[in-house]
Design a protein around this ligand. Structure first.
Ligand code: NAD
Length: 436
């Protein structure tokens, strides 16, 4: 049988049959899969470098850092700790059961579906898959059709390196994903936008399948008047314009007082130039917008404020300059949706109270960032706002800490993963009591 022509129902049945044999449960099988995946990334990394250049104009250094290196680190961290994470955990028993022993153990769930987006099309497919395999599951992975070159590379390489009866790649767009979602899975892990997140959750309801939704939204940055603005600008520009702003935890907009905003504007312009030179279009380090639809959507946001730097694009090559907009009205189009592109609006507020109110008036973000020297301000932001993660002084970096859970809250998602949190997500923690 040619797996390429397999129907979703047959794929799931084939993987479920493998799971039922118990083959995926021993820790040796799991670690072998992770080692093979690591070998794939090191031996065939060049294929991904090429596909990610084609899909998103990513530079080889960026691919190494944010796609291959990131994933290899997650594998190594998991290999180092897996046996310890899986250890049954004893629980004290109450007096009326004296002599009995009680513990919890992690059971794999069965067959897991991972649906990935296009912006980090390798990392965001492989990292959940690492967790699902480490927890002893069979996995169907569905790459994004909007990053077609990377989808093709993953579909070609994964069956070559991993147990093909326990890991299946299904390529395709809406019809293929819809067909997959009609099947019964034991967990669905979806990364992407909230509209499709709702479709995924509605499909999961039919089979009472638990879901993890890794969504997005507008991640604000509060810049305090005491912050060192050259450092702020350098770190903000690096976090915002990575992958041309197409990062789920990218700083979406800046909240600061009018005086700090005025000083931050030229600092941001200098930071962009330091990163990409005076003509970012000619920089090999600067990425491209994924497709024309997103290019047009982003171009329409450019007149939401006064252009500090950037502001122009080239539709034919999907180049959109790293752009900073000042004097942005909170009701303007750029503030009404997640930007997901290289446009950084600056919105002014009077003080910290107004900033906290501004944040809390809106959907709970995937990340909140703050640059401040004040411990009291840090504590207030941590205590008085809710977000998937909180980054103090450095955007994006929290998700590179494998010992921190990565996920959203409210509109930015539900559930989390990375490191041992992936084991929690892709396992059932079973309660066991043995009478004395
Ligand atoms: P996308 O368009 O690639 O969609 C994601 C997946 O959903 C794809 O595999 C696609 O085939 C599938 N899909 C699309 N429409 C569908 C439908 N009608 N039914 C079933 N499946 C469907 O990616 P996207 O949603 O444009 O990604 C961008 C969004 O994802 C942003 O909001 C971003 O913030 C968010 N995101 C979140 C994270 C995170 O880790 N929390 C990471 C990356 C992106």
């Amino acid at each position: 049988m040619n797996p390429i022509q397999e129907q979703p129902a047959d794929t799931v049945a084939r993987l479920r049959a493998t799971f039922r044999t118990g083959r995926t449960k021993p820790v040796e099988w799991r670690t072998t899969q992770l080692r093979r995946l690591r070998a794939m990334l090191t031996e065939r990394g060049a294929d991904l470098v090429e596909s990610l250049r084609a899909d998103l104009g990513k530079s080889p250094a960026e691919v190494q850092r944010t796609e291959i290196g990131f994933t290899v680190r997650e594998i190594d961290h998991t290999l180092d700790h897996l046996a310890r994470w899986l250890r049954p955990e004893p629980a004290p028993v109450p007096e009326h059961l004296a002599g009995a022993t009680a513990w919890t153990q992690y059971d794999p769930l069965g067959v897991v579906l991972v649906i990935a987006p296009w912006n980090y099309p390798a990392q965001l497919l492989l990292t959940p898959m690492i967790g699902a395999l480490a927890a002893g599951n069979a996995v169907v992975v569905k790459p994004s059709e909007l990053a077609p070159a990377t989808s093709a590379v993953l579909a070609r390489l994964l069956p070559e390196y991993l147990d093909p009866d326990a890991v299946a790649v299904v390529e395709g767009g809406i019809p293929e994903t819809t067909a997959l979602l009609a099947e019964r899975f034991d967990h669905i892990f979806y990364t992407g936008n909230g509209t499709v997140g709702r479709i995924v959750m509605a499909a999961a309801v039919q089979h009472l399948t638990p879901v993890t939704l890794e969504l997005g939204g507008k991640s604000p940055v509060f810049v305090d008047r005491d912050a060192d603005l050259d450092t702020v600008a350098a770190r903000l520009a690096a976090g915002k314009f990575l992958n041309a702003g197409q990062t789920c935890v990218a700083p979406d907009y800046v909240l600061t007082d009018p005086e700090t905003a005025r000083a931050l504007e030229p600092a941001l312009a200098r930071a962009v130039e330091a990163l990409y030179g005076s003509d970012p279009q000619a920089s090999a380090e600067y990425g491209r917008i994924v497709n024309e639809r997103h290019f047009d959507r982003l171009s329409a946001l450019l007149d939401s404020g006064r252009v500090v730097t950037g502001g122009r694009g080239d539709r034919a090559t999907r180049y959109l300059a790293p752009t900073v907009l000042a004097d942005v009205d909170p009701k303007s189009p750029v503030m009404r949706e997640e930007i997901f592109g290289p446009i950084l609006p600056i919105v002014t507020v009077a003080d910290l109270d107004e900033a906290i109110g501004f944040i809390n008036d809106r959907d709970k973000p995937l990340a909140l960032y703050a640059f401040t020297e004040s411990t009291a301000t840090r504590e207030r932001l941590a205590a008085e706002t809710s977000s998937g993660g909180l980054g103090l002084g450095l955007p994006l970096a929290h998700l590179t800490v494998s010992d921190l859970p990565f996920g959203g809250v409210g509109e930015s998602g539900m559930g989390n993963y990375h490191g041992r949190y992936s084991i929690e997500t892709f396992s059932h923690r079973k309660a066991v009591l043995a009478a004395g």
